[in-house]
Ligand binder design. Sequence first.
Ligand code: ATR
Length: 280
Amino acid sequence: MFYQLGLIGYPIKHSLSPWIHETFLQRTKLNGNYSLIEIKPKDSFANAMDTLKKQNLHGFNVTVPYKEKIIPYLQGIDEQAKHIGAVNTVLCKNGEWFGYNTDGIGYVRSLQNHFPELKTEKEKQILILGAGGAAKGIYSALLKNGFQNISIANRTIEKAKTLLTKQSNEANIKVITLKEAEENIALFDVIIQTTSVGMKPNEAETILSLHALKESVIVSDIVYQPLYTSFLQTAQSLGARIHFGHTMLLYQAQYAFEIWTNHVPNVQHMDKELQKILEG
Ligand code: ATR
């Protein structure tokens, strides 16, 4: 078996996915390759999909700006992708395409692998900062994983309310303002920053000010450029255990690779290597 994999999107020249998936192929001793398939926004997406179908790939990743645009070309879509309204992984089987979204589940895996107590202690109080696409995926994966106590804080409160689903009724979910989150910050066991605040070139920005954190709190930031955001620096100086954004990249890719090949690649030490690549 030769696994033909790839990535569609634009721009994708600097994507880290080829390095990640080629490392996975080596580690699982599977044959295959991972190619970059650039589709320019000015080109016809329908024609590009026709061409792609003929290439008989086993699967591919989808990145901006096509995570929503791909949906009409799929014959099936998984629960997470449907809920988020965006697909980042496609499995091709007998000429049919099935869409998945591995971001949220990948993120939760990454968090649980770094902090194994989160595999069992589902009563932890979790705070999600932000209510965009990334927050949606993480929120839905946390619920699916059994976490019950989740607060969502966003600058635009109405947007945070749109994250609530039928599943939310059964759990202890709160939608709060950023100010309320800041005032009650010491109540949370896990704080997850899902917005682009603090990303290059606005490294000095933080979404809220951290103070009086709960002892042994976990603070996570999905921003990975820079890796060590101001938010994480402050959290660490206040005694928090911190979780870096780039690990999410590895675990969402691990789950995608699993969907394509049924093999779970070992990601050990890849975070250090990825860190070196990101830091140039
Ligand atoms: P993504 O899909 O990458 O998550 P998005 O859907 O554009 O991106 O969502 C961006 C998130 O970052 C939102 O929660 C946004 O808050 P609003 O809903 O109020 O717009 C949040 N965000 C972006 N810039 C922000 C800022 N300067 N301060 C606070 N929140 C910000």
